[in-house]
Design a protein around this ligand. Structure first.
Ligand SMILES: NC(=O)c1ccc[n+]([C@@H]2O[C@H](COP(=O)([O-])OP(=O)(O)OC[C@H]3O[C@@H](n4cnc5c(N)ncnc54)[C@H](OP(=O)(O)O)[C@@H]3O)[C@@H](O)[C@H]2O)c1
Length: 308
């Protein structure tokens, strides 16, 4: 008997990798749609691969053919060159049209806490637009809204650890008193797979058990990696200037002004139901030895083929 295929975007990326691992553990076949082919494939022949090629509707549809569920992680972190949030919304619309035409029944979409049409931040505005596109798509849907996602392979916490390991001083953008509610990546993946098995359309936050201030998160990360770095609040502009300076050296974008604004406005915390159980503080303690040993580059992961 042929089994139903699940399509996961970005199975060699971050969240998509955890969703794929969960599906494979349950014996469910996975096909992935990837934008960038230079990323390491940790699954070998267990996962079939097609291109997430937005320039060809036929190719997108082919990649989705025979699938019952689409797990969509596709989004961009910031605008760069031709890559914009408007483009990401349009691309997602194309993906959904292709999914409908290919006979996909349900989409499990990874959104973010607090998307809003009235947000000053294009990331959160674009997320709200995409949610609308999904609701109107004709597909059955589950929209999950995580805050920060932590686990092996993340960029933000890893790079905070990297900085704390190497420099004597870490500048918190602003007071550092703004809060976040991180969820453990494998638990988000489990929530996503359970959401696929439901029949109803729904939108829900996907939150971890604890709320931390940004400063607490940085300090816990520092303790986990044995850092003696001085952690100080700094004017946001100064922190951003340092990020840009270091970004120029590393040939990466460390943190954008919009991301600092999103953190400061507490957009990564919510009053929705808590589903995660793993505490970031415990995870940091257990994983400190590996954390921040290598720098994780957003530009290498997602812009390499254009710029490399
Ligand atoms: N990471 C977090 O802490 C966090 C927090 C809240 C919400 N989210 C949301 O969760 C979802 C997954 O996030 P993630 O961090 O796990 O992302 P990711 O794995 O790094 O990327 C997710 C997908 O987007 C594609 N993509 C990313 N940047 C791209 C670019 N510049 N051009 C073309 N394709 C690009 C990736 O394709 P390739 O892998 O093939 O390049 C992959 O299919 C996103 O919707 C994000 O907004 C993430």
């Amino acid at each position: 008997m042929s089994q139903e295929v699940n399509v996961v975007t970005g199975a060699f990326g971050y969240t998509g990798r955890y969703i794929t691992r969960r599906l494979l553990d349950l014996g469910r076949p996975v096909r992935t749609l990837i934008s960038h082919s230079h990323l390491h494939n940790p699954f070998g022949s267990q996962v079939s691969v097609a291109r997430l090629d937005f320039s060809s509707r036929e190719r997108l549809q082919e990649g989705l053919c025979g699938a019952t569920t689409l797990y969509n992680t596709y989004w961009v972190r910031f605008c760069r060159g031709e890559v914009t949030f408007e483009l990401a919304v349009d691309n997602t619309r194309l993906l959904l049209e292709a999914a409908l035409a290919a006979g996909v029944r349900r989409i499990v979409h990874i959104s973010v806490t607090n998307p809003s049409h009235s947000s000053a931040l294009p990331y959160f505005r674009g997320k709200a637009e995409v949610e609308d596109v999904i609701k109107r798509s004709g597909l059955s849907y589950a929209i999950l809204r995580p805050a920060l996602i932590f686990g092996q392979g993340d960029i933000l916490i890893n790079n905070i650890a990297w900085l704390l390991r190497r420099f004597p001083l870490f500048l918190l953008p602003g007071t550092g008193s703004y809060r976040l509610q991180p969820i453990f990546a494998p638990e988000l993946a489990d929530i996503a797979v359970r959401a696929a098995d439901r029949q109803d359309d729904f939108v829900a936050d996907a939150l971890g058990p604890d709320v931390y201030t940004f400063e607490e998160m940085v300090r816990l990360t520092g303790q986990a990696v044995g850092s003696r770095c001085l952690i100080l609040p700094a004017p946001r502009r100064l922190a951003l200037f340092c990020c840009r300076l270091l970004g120029a050296v590393l040939k990466d974008v460390i943190l954008t002004s919009d991301e600092i604004e999103g953190l400061s406005c507490e957009l990564l915390v919510s009053d929705g139901a808590i589903e995660g159980v793993t505490r970031l503080s415990d995870w940091l303690r257990e994983n400190g030895a590996d954390l921040g040993v290598h720098y994780a580059s957003e530009l290498f992961r997602h812009f390499e083929e254009r710029e490399g």
